[in-house]
Write a protein that binds this ligand. Sequence first.
Ligand SMILES: C[S@@+](CC[C@H](N)C(=O)[O-])C[C@H]1O[C@@H](n2cnc3c(N)ncnc32)[C@H](O)[C@@H]1O
Length: 219
Amino acid sequence: MMTEKYQYRLYGRTRGRSNKKINLEDYKKKLNKFKIVKLDKKKDYILDIGTGYGETSIYLSKKYPERTVIACEKYIDGNIKLLKKIDRYNLKNIKIFDGNVNKILEELNIEQYFNAVWIFFPDPWPKKKHFKRRLLTSAFLKKLHTFLKSKGRICIATDSVSYTRSILNIIFENKNLFEWLNQTQAYLSVKDVYDIETKFYKKAINSGRNPVLFILEKI
Ligand SMILES: C[S@@+](CC[C@H](N)C(=O)[O-])C[C@H]1O[C@@H](n2cnc3c(N)ncnc32)[C@H](O)[C@@H]1O
């Protein structure tokens, strides 16, 4: 599936800070069972980008048992947690892509596969000189648009004020492609709509920040 022309750079960690040893061979073997072989545009998928410790993927899998959730995460410690939870809850509708989301999008045929794309707390890269590392750009939103089914949705949560500002600009630049469904409720928070608390949601709340939720629908 992987191609040589692939050239997106990934920033951030792929391993946790603990020195806990991981048997990579065993990890890869376990991951292999959840590998995406081929997507079928007649089926229903949710792309969960940067699932971290897998909370969003588990939540989506239970909430939408008739859909397949594609958990996309490069963080090995997070994927190990996700694998354990899939096993614990005996979930059958999760696939895992252990790498950069741009890689999977590049390798897919351009078809309308996704009913929804979730991006919960994308890395904020708060320093101005690092803004260019951010996942959410106008070009990325356009790319997602081509893979979404008609009326497909993108859910974005963030607690970063500067990222929120940039997302607002991106939404404005793409107003002919997406309708911002909750624009009259810009104060809308994650828990007003979804009963989920991810690690980064809790971190935000504990630090006194109320995460903002954006729900966009493909026009
Ligand atoms: C701030 S964490 C949020 C984790 C989780 N969604 C949550 O709410 O707790 C962002 C996650 O996105 C992952 N990530 C960043 N860029 C990515 C990319 N291009 N493709 C896939 N995952 C990515 C990081 O590894 C990290 O685990």
